[in-house]
Design a protein around this ligand. Structure first.
Ligand code: PEP
Ligand code: MN
Length: 350
């Protein structure tokens, strides 16, 4: 439920609304807006009688939020949430950031070179996994803490903020020390204990859609993060399982306008896992921008043929450069732009 205050409501009237909500046994989330303040009521699992609140001074109206993913819904907040992972790298506005990098951090040389290459091509964030969720226990599992240290080094060298995945609750704290944005992978989208832990860490989160998750499932998982007080959440469409083995996943681009209608959170697209095929990443990356994605996340490797994970879907740096150029042209056609690489990039070393 959302208690919308009148334009001229006083601070004392807002405080009284908060007090009454707490007396009713729920939590209150005051949300000052440009025009007026709203106070969200959370903690209920069903309709709440709002008559007591409606009668308070300064209350303009009480809106019942019909969606189960309340705080994530557009009913709760009409304006887009802007998620800032570093100065100038903002998701959810007119400018569209591109996150790029290898699937896994493999060595100092590999990650620093990849960071330099994607920065030069126009990426505004570096993505690389230090902890990898692999379908087989015998596949490369990532470099762990050493990989995190190498990501921090790559950030120092290029100025690119870091997006990297946390796989479990113990590792999440280590990841939070280095990451500018914590990725929660498709396999963990419904790991509710992990969502609660990461929701408390106070860092922006990139939440990927599970491979068999509906859009409502995705939004409800995001609700776990918002319920912990973290509104800095970016959703990610990365393809879902289908009956057709022609592509690794079925890249569901309709999810982008659908989510944007239902939620105020930004949604980015991952054409690398969405297709699993290097030569399909460019056309589907272009299509994602055209569909209105608030960002792209793309796997790029200095030498994809030698990659330790996901080489077959990783772009060569020259292909990534082409994608960024095309994305810029398409963005202009829909009154948007591609976020430039952070200004620190060029001279980060000295
Ligand atoms: C990844 O980003 O490399 C990854 C494992 O992605 P997903 O969780 O979407 O499978
Ligand atoms: Mn990958």
């Amino acid at each position: 439920m959302l208690v919308v205050m009148s334009h001229d409501a006083t601070a004392a009237q807002v405080a009284r609304v908060v007090e009454v909500i707490e007396e009713m046994g729920y939590q209150a989330r005051p949300m000052p807006g440009a025009q007026r303040t709203s106070v969200g009521l959370v903690g209920n699992d069903g309709r709440v009688d709002g008559s007591q609140l409606e009668a308070l001074d300064g209350v303009a109206e009480v809106i019942h939020v019909s969606k189960p993913y309340k705080q994530v819904s557009r009913e709760w907040q009409q304006e887009n949430t802007l998620v800032t992972i570093a100065p100038g790298v903002v998701f959810g506005g007119a400018a569209i950031p591109i996150i790029a990098g290898p699937c896994s951090v493999e060595s100092e040389h590999q990650i620093v070179l990849a960071a330099q290459q994607v920065a030069a091509a126009g990426a505004s964030a570096l993505r690389g996994g230090a902890y990898k969720p692999r379908s087989s226990p015998y596949s490369f599992q990532g470099m762990g803490k050493k990989g995190l240290a190498l990501l921090a080094l790559a950030r120092r060298e290029t100025g690119l903020p870091i997006v990297t995945e946390a796989l479990d609750e113990e590792g999440a704290h280590d990841v939070a020390e280095v990451a500018d944005c914590i990725q929660i992978g498709a396999r963990n989208m419904q790991n509710y204990a992990l969502l609660k832990t990461i929701g408390k860490l106070g860092k922006p989160v990139l939440l990927k859609r599970g491979m068999a998750a509906t859009i409502i499932d995705l939004l409800l998982s995001a609700e776990y993060l918002l319920a912990e007080g973290n509104t800095q959440v970016i959703l990610c469409e990365r393809g879902i399982r289908s009956f057709d083995p022609s592509t690794r996943n079925l890249f569901d681009l309709t999810a982008i306008p659908l989510v944007q209608k239902l939620s105020h959170l930004p949604i980015v697209a991952d054409p690398s896992h969405g297709t699993g095929l290097r030569d399909k990443v460019l056309p589907m990356g272009r299509a994602a921008i055209a569909a209105g994605a608030d960002g792209l996340i793309v796997e790029v490797h200095p030498n994809p043929d030698r990659a330790m994970s996901d080489g077959g879907q990783s772009l060569f740096p020259e292909q990534f450069e082409k994608l960024v150029l095309a994305a810029r042209t398409i963005a202009v056609a829909i009154d948007r732009s591609i976020t430039p690489a952070p200004r620190t990039t060029a001279g980060a070393r000295g």
